[in-house]
Design a protein around this ligand. Structure first.
Ligand code: CU
Length: 502
């Protein structure tokens, strides 16, 4: 073996360095055994280019976490401090956002909140106490705008599970599913919005407002604004039929943790002849676990649901949309000893209704104030892209002007009205930057309340204290009420919408 001088120096340097690090770790542990992990991180994430093999002849090159898609499943323990090293091997400064967790601003991963960037070809070590327990996820927080090769259009999405201190464990095993599309492209018009909420949730006036604005724009000779469409669809990074089947046994109770990792899409998921018992939404246990034949997930939404495997066979669990499912959005469920072509059948029409998972006899406390937010779309107004507004104001990341001033300790009800012809997902990121009393942040601290299409009356049945969804899909022409307290920055979780106004 021949070693040149430079390598030798490198080797010597590395040895000296590791010696020094070991020395310091020893010194640390002799003082404080609990901090012996200080030398190394509990988790390491590397952001860099990688290949995703969706199928043998469908290999795409994109940005990934640790060279894989989805990124590694990170299991944290509620309340147990963790250290994560994030290396950025790309040429662009990055933000890694811990979606659904209440973590300090310098860790959260949103530059608009004040999190420092992970420099290009640099790294950040962060330490935080994970929580709340349940299904969370992490993703890039770069805003891609019209650049469909960047941000969450690529492969930077991974699942987080924060293990609760006390796990009820009413299931035999867990299966994590990440739903994600690839190969985005801009098109004019896009697909029709899906009609998945109960018709009672629609409001005629809002519907007409959205439609007439669209008609007026087209009459002025405007084209349809750009929409993003996809050509490849995957669950856990594999097209339907190209991944390992999920192998189950009769009688088994499987807890599916489903993450909609899409940048823009609303998804459905059904397993023929089986029902999902929804036990948590966005990782937070629901007051009333309820069986449904289909799951609907807004962009970035999570559902945890138990399926009792009681119909032996080989099945396709997949999206109701035939186009998306046949192009990959599905996974095969295979019972032990069963073979054959995976079967698919469409379930009977079903409308998703969040109130089913709520507490029917809940008494809601009146808010101190109600804030009304009306979302509108200005078709093709920004160089052919749609502009989105809240109360006729387009948000800009540059100015960051607050539209509402909230007072600490007061209770607010947010009444969100979608007057556009497209779905929006509102996600509140509640960070109490200064809580002098306890120095702690109140995360998403709200009780959701829907009032199924009623603009007034507040006859809400849906109530969750500190365990509400942190993300609420708003199909066109519905009104949505949400109560919360804490200081709140509201953002729309579709990056396309956020980039262009909301
Ligand atoms: Cu997010």
């Amino acid at each position: 073996m021949s070693v040149d001088r430079r390598s030798l120096l490198k080797l010597a340097g590395a040895t000296a360095l590791s010696g020094a690090m070991m020395g310091s770790a020893k010194a640390q542990s002799s003082i404080d055994p609990a901090s012996s992990s200080k030398g190394g991180a509990d988790h390491t994430i590397r952001i860099g280019a990688g290949l995703v093999e969706l199928a043998p002849d469908r290999i795409i090159s994109t940005t990934t976490y640790n060279g894989q898609f989805p990124g590694p499943l990170l299991r944290f323990k509620e309340g147990q401090r963790t250290i994560v090293d994030i290396h950025n091997d790309t040429d662009t400064p990055e933000q890694l956002h811990w979606h659904g967790q209440t973590v300090p601003v310098d860790v959260d991963g949103a530059s608009e909140e004040g999190t420092p960037f992970i420099p290009a070809h640099g790294m950040r070590r962060i330490a935080f106490t994970p929580g709340p327990a349940g299904l969370r996820f992490y993703h890039t927080h770069l805003t891609p705008g019209a650049d469909l090769s960047s941000g969450q259009y690529g492969g930077q999405v991974g699942t987080v599970y924060v293990e609760p201190k006390h796990e009820p464990g009413r299931y035999d095993r867990e299966v994590f599913l990440m739903l994600k599309e690839f190969q985005p492209a801009l098109s004019r018009g896009g697909d029709m919005d899906m009609d998945f909420l109960a018709p009672a949730a629609r409001i005629k006036a809002l519907e007409e407002a959205g439609e007439s604005a669209m008609r007026a724009s087209l009459a002025m000779g405007m084209p349809h604004g750009f929409e993003v469409g996809y050509s490849l669809f995957s669950i856990n990074g594999r097209l339907l039929g190209h991944g390992e089947p999920i192998r189950v046994k009769p009688g088994e109770r499987v807890l599916f943790h489903v993450v909609n990792g899409s940048a823009t899409e609303i998804r459905s998921l059904a397993l023929p002849e089986h029902r999902f018992e929804v036990v948590a939404l966005d990782g937070n246990p629901v007051p009333t676990p309820t069986q449904v034949p289909v799951l609907w997930l807004g962009t970035a939404e999570r559902v945890s649901a138990i399926v009792e495997m009681n119909h032996p066979g080989v099945w396709v669990m997949g999206d109701l949309a035939d186009d998306d499912r046949t192009r990959g959005m599905g996974v095969v469920i295979e019972y032990a000893g069963r073979t054959g072509k995976p079967a698919w059948s469409k379930p009977a029409p079903f409308h998703w209704d969040y109130t089913h998972f709520g507490q029917s006899d809940a008494i809601t406390t009146a808010p101190d104030e109600t804030i009304v937010m009306t979302f509108t779309k200005n078709n093709a107004a920004l160089n052919g892209f749609n502009q989105w507004t809240i109360n006729d104001v387009a948000f800009t990341m540059e100015k960051m002007e607050p539209m509402f001033h909230l007072r600490e300790g007061r209770r607010y009800r947010l009444r969100m009205r979608n007057a556009s012809d497209d779905s929006s997902c509102a996600s509140s990121s509640a960070q109490l930057r200064a809580d002098p009393h306890r120095g702690q942040r109140h995360g998403r601290h709200y009780e959701g309340c829907r009032d199924a299409g009623r603009l007034s009356g507040n006859r809400s049945r849906f109530r969750r204290r500190q365990s509400g969804p942190d993300l609420v899909p708003l199909p066109p022409a519905i009104a949505h009420g949400l109560r919360l307290h804490g200081a709140v920055r509201l953002r729309l979780s579709q990056p396309a919408h956020r980039r262009w106004g909301q």
